[in-house]
Design a protein around this ligand. Structure first.
Ligand SMILES: *Cc1c(COP(=O)(O)O)cnc(C)c1O
Length: 343
């Protein structure tokens, strides 16, 4: 199977498996797991924040961040298609008692004036704006890189109103690799950031939240409340440390493969590419084939290719470290055979 469903499907490398076996461990709820401590220190350094905390998933990381930043009744501002709004089961409302207010962005980027207009003023009728959430790369915008300059402007608007900014950076390392800048070029325009170790970076489990020392102390309490305080979790932090320090350099290869995949698919008459393919995500528009997304996905599956639905007439293909050049060739041949009429 050529599995292009997500970069989450990546399996731990040989080196990660060995590191898991050899990891020094302790009870992390007592703050006694040396491997977790090493990971958190390294993550804080790379993300250029005072402190960091290891959490079970990106969703848990975003939830803990929102719960730590906000009070019930606050309003959280986010882009219309943000993962936190679209794909997290309404968790921030369910657990945090906050309401969301979405802003329509352009390829994942919010216009700073739209943000300014959405921030609530002093009025007895209004909820308080508690947090601005950004996302980079932006998943539903097809892995788009939100420009650093845009983040700087949004951060400035938020700061003028003393509102914190949280970055959902599940794929932040993809953005940094593509622009050839350190991740701190993005995180300096945020109060807190969540990054996934288990996507393109290839760790089996885990995310990091980074922020100020007092913020992370409070986040630790929320993690415990949510049942995310784990014990000898160094066995999971060890591959996370490899993901963080050794896997980012190869992300550009995923992006190049995604672009080659998109180029090939573009040559097929009935298919279109819906995104700019800046990173590792390709969004394919299938409407002109006259076939349903489900039908297309099951035909592809029969040819050994897995993808996911992304909209009523779109599918998403994601490259990652287990997708090779040969897999791209094979996928393109399968697409050509299935949709025939080559331009
Ligand atoms: C995958 C993803 C998450 C959630 O991560 P999980 O580890 O799957 O919970 C959050 N935000 C974005 C943008 C993502 O792509």
């Amino acid at each position: 199977m050529i599995d292009l469903r997500s970069d989450t499907i990546t399996k731990p490398t040989e080196e990660m498996r060995k590191a898991m076996y050899e990891a020094e461990v302790g009870d992390d709820v007592y703050g006694e797991d040396p491997t977790v401590q090493k990971l958190e220190e390294k993550a804080a350094e790379i993300l250029d924040k005072e402190a960091a905390i290891f959490v079970t998933s990106g969703t848990q990381g975003n939830q803990i961040a929102v719960l730590t930043h906000c009070q019930p009744g606050n309003e959280v501002l986010l882009e219309e298609d943000a993962h936190i709004f679209y794909y997290e089961g309404g968790a921030i409302s369910a657990f945090g008692g906050v309401q969301t207010r979405t802003i329509k962005g352009k390829r994942g980027a919010i216009n700073p004036n739209d943000l300014r207009n959405a921030i609530r003023g002093e009025d007895v009728h209004f909820p308080e704006t508690g947090l601005v959430c950004l996302e980079n790369t932006h998943n539903r915008a097809g892995g788009a890189i939100v420009p650093i300059e845009n983040m700087r402007e949004l951060h400035q608007v938020a700061q003028e109103h003393s509102i914190p900014v949280h970055l959902d950076g599940a794929r932040l390392f993809n953005a940094a690799a593509e622009l050839a800048v350190p991740v701190k070029a993005f995180t300096e325009h945020t109060s807190t950031v969540q990054i996934c170790l288990s996507k393109g970076l290839g760790a089996p489990i885990g995310s990091i939240i980074a922020g100020s020392e007092p913020f992370i102390r409070r986040a630790r309490k929320w993690r415990k409340r949510l049942g995310g305080g784990l014990r000898q979790v160094g066995v999971v932090a060890a591959p996370g440390l490899i993901a963080l320090t050794k896997m980012a350099d190869r992300l550009k290869a995923d992006h190049e493969r995604a672009r080659r995949l998109a180029e090939g698919i573009r040559n097929i008459t009935d298919l279109k590419i819906n995104n700019q393919v800046e990173t590792n995500i390709v969004v394919v528009e299938t409407e002109a084939t006259g076939k349903s997304v489900d039908e297309i996905l099951s035909t592809l599956k029969a040819k050994g290719i897995l993808a996911v639905p992304f909209g009523p007439t779109t599918i998403r293909l994601t490259t990652h470290h287990q997708i090779t050049d040969e897999h791209i060739d094979q996928t393109l041949i399968a697409f050509q055979n299935l949709f025939e009429k080559v331009k």
